[in-house]
Write a protein that binds this ligand. Sequence first.
Ligand code: ATR
Length: 283
Amino acid sequence: MNEHLKDRYAVIGNPIKHSKSPDIHLLFADQTGEILSYEKILAEESQFTQVVEDFFNNGGKGLNVTVPFKNHAYNFVNELSDYAKNARAVNTIYRNNTGEFVGANTDGIGLLRDLKKTLRLQLLNKKILIVGAGGATQGIVEPLLNEKPSELLIANRTPSKAEIIAKQFKSFGNIDYCALNEIPKHHFDLVLHATSVGLEGNNVALPTEIIGPSSCCYDLLYSNQDTPFMEWAKRLRAKTVVDGFGMLLEQAAESFYLWRGKRPDTGMAYHYFRPDRVPKPSL
Ligand code: ATR
């Protein structure tokens, strides 16, 4: 079919060159028999609103939003899903029946599906540490607290930023914050790395005592090779060490569902993109 006749979707960000979202959504479209196009849009911060309006005025049906625009998207839309409202960040935009822009946040749902469905982790009464208090953390706190962990601690270089998030989500569960050098030296069941540090090949200095033989270490960054955080966790023999590809895949599937009303088969997508991460069979 002529590209101009297809429903248009895209991901907007800066940088955007290495985004895997087009490949993922085109595979989902293939799986579900949906006919659509999916492109990458590079935008400058000052142009965000104009670029998004132009996209929707020119046949755009839905947008994924990535770094650094999730907050811009939150301010742009007319209506917010509950997760997006609490996270103050939007990663999925579409229009409702009356043409109003709706903003959703599927990042947290994506992470939770990966943790529970793919990695078969149970978070009830578990100790969780999140390293970093930026936009990525903001999007995952509520769904994590909904799993009722015994403790959710956010450690950040700038503790005041972790404090703001901890206060904001206080009513959802047992959440606390600290500076990186105040992390208690005991095992955590799940350690989530959510800083932007690995992007330059460096790692945040963390106490080795936080990793035990049953710890799961999860880097929200995705990469075809081990990130510095993953290398560190493997050296300490954490039980499970993964990057954020599963979260990327699952958040994309949820966005696809919001746009098209069909659920893609993410299990099959793992076989296609990352055979090393194929979900474990149910017990
Ligand atoms: P994102 O949307 O990817 O989360 P962000 O909002 O810019 O990006 O947040 C980046 C995170 O990485 C923050 O937690 C930041 O810590 P600060 O709040 O103290 O800035 C963290 N970060 C970035 N560079 C860091 C470094 N060199 N050491 C430790 N943390 C760092």
